[in-house]
Design a protein around this ligand. Structure first.
Ligand SMILES: [Zn+2]
Ligand SMILES: [Zn+2]
Length: 476
């Protein structure tokens, strides 16, 4: 029996949200995708108070289970005494792919031997270069990022890779259509149907269907437990109630701003460029002046045309400016854009829409917060799993500032996941990036829940465990 020569292995993300790492190998060629840190109980010790040992970060993270123990990925000097093949000892050609610039997909990129190329889309690369400037580079080496283009196939040995645009809440997101001589796979990355570009997902589905599909590897962030989601899932592209489209956020913010006679604060995640555009829109229609914090303003200056925003000059920035100790990029930004400080804002608070991120919460102490509102639009802290979430709520409460949740998820609703799955009708379906992957049961495909530590041989609709047929029990 010909089982082919393609091998697949899962290193992270099977039952967690994020940290997806998968390797696919054909003869002497190998691809690994994505490369965020793995969620492991070992990481609990890294609570922010325990110091990260920079000179031993790769070895420590391997020991804690935060990095995958993959041969031929790390530099020899970083894995001394560890039973792993260093990159320089491995004869395979290895390439890493990163679907988008969220930390749970790219946070570990600096741990990889920089001789290994890491492919990201053009927009993702531009975003990363921008993030580096504002101090959001990943720890470790400068990753060897290389640009790939939506729809343009490239090869690693006999493995063909085509990045496919998907809509997610970060610029540059893609899935990967992957072909070896044995099998055609599609890895969705993270995606949603309720963003500004549902047509992107339709186009991705059409493309993959036209090329043929054996195995679909799809995210399932929004899937719930049986208790929380009793009904079986029905494929449905319409919008579930209680879910906002990205496009509705502008109107929601406008409604709140209109009813507010004081300052309007907002908190966003600035890798979502469309959210920056939404705020420009809100400011225009509500006749408020939009003020970004420095880091966000820099990103906006790189991605958006025009100068429809000002830059907030905090007390600290003012002092650094006077002492000439500001980083050059900040100096240049402040020279290019109008700057606004607390005194100006406090003169006419209801004329401003001002970004105050969690880390800058103390700025609120300088500002006239009477009748103000805080628009929490998917900025950190994101939810009550983060202890800072309650801290933010308590602090705003103390300042007498009502907080409004005006965000929307970057992840497809369960009925949308099912819809995309049934449109694609793969032979084999592998859900991951989810706490409850088994909840997404296909109508026609075979549901396959892989295990860690197992190398699978894969050919068309067959997945074989170390040369043996996979036990039927794990095939639902
Ligand atoms: Zn993710
Ligand atoms: Zn994501």
């Amino acid at each position: 029996m010909d089982n082919g020569n393609t091998e697949i292995r899962f290193w992270g993300g099977l039952r967690t949200i994020g940290g997806t790492i998968i390797s696919i190998e054909y003869e002497k060629a190998r691809i690994v995708f994505d490369f965020g840190f793995i969620f492991s109980s070992g990481s609990n010790i890294l609570d922010g108070d325990v110091r990260v040992r920079k000179s031993k970060q790769v070895a420590d993270y391997l020991a804690l289970g935060i990095l995958p123990a993959i041969d031929g990925i790390y530099r020899g000097e970083d894995i001394q005494g560890i039973n792993l093949l260093a990159k320089e000892q491995d004869e395979r050609e290895t390439v890493v792919l990163v679907s988008h610039m969220h930390l749970d997909h790219m946070g570990g990129a600096g741990m990889i031997d920089p001789d290994i190329p890491i492919y990201v889309t053009d927009d993702s690369l531009k975003l990363y270069e921008t993030l580096e400037v504002v101090g959001e580079a990943v720890p470790g080496y400068t990753p060897n990022f290389r640009a790939c283009t939506y729809g343009a196939t490239f090869y690693v040995g006999h493995i063909a890779i085509t990045p496919i645009a998907v809509d997610h809440d970060v610029i540059g997101a893609c899935g990967f259509y992957i072909e070896t001589p044995d099998v055609a796979l599609f890895y969705t990355g993270d995606f949603r149907l309720h963003g500004n570009h549902p047509n992107m997902i339709e186009a991705a589905v059409e493309y993959v269907r036209s090329r043929g599909l054996d195995v679909l590897i799809m995210e399932g962030t929004t899937l719930h437990s049986v208790e929380d989601m009793k009904q079986p899932l029905v494929a449905d592209p319409s919008l579930p109630k209680n879910m906002l489209r990205e496009a509705e956020i502008v109107n929601r913010m406008l409604e709140i701003c209109k009813q507010t006679d004081g300052l309007a604060f907002f908190n966003i995640y600035h890798r979502n460029i469309e959210r920056l555009e939404a705020l420009i829109q809100v400011a225009k229609v509500s006749n408020r002046k939009l003020i970004f914090e420095l880091e966000t303003a820099y990103i906006a200056s790189r991605f958006l045309k025009g100068t429809d925003f000002s830059v907030y000059q905090s007390a600290d920035v003012k002092q650094q400016r006077e002492n000439s100790t500001l980083p050059i990029w900040m100096e240049q930004l402040l020279a290019l854009y109008e700057t606004v400080d607390k005194d100006l804002v406090n003169l006419h608070p209801n004329q401003f829409l001002l970004q105050i991120s969690y880390e800058n919460a103390l700025e609120l102490l300088d500002l006239n917060c009477e009748n103000s509102v805080y628009l929490h639009a998917n900025g950190m802290p994101l939810g009550d799993y983060d202890p800072n979430y309650q801290r933010l709520i308590d602090f705003l409460h103390k300042q007498g500032i009502p907080r409004y949740d005006v965000g929307t998820s970057g992840h497809a609703a369960p009925q949308h996941l099912k819809y995309v799955l049934e449109r694609l009708k793969p032979s084999t379906f592998i859900p991951l990036h989810s706490f409850y992957p088994e909840r997404l049961v296909p109508d026609h495909s075979r549901l396959f829940l892989p295990e860690y530590g197992v190398t699978y041989g894969i050919k068309q609709n067959k997945i074989i465990k170390k040369g043996l047929q996979v036990d039927e029990k794990s095939l639902h």
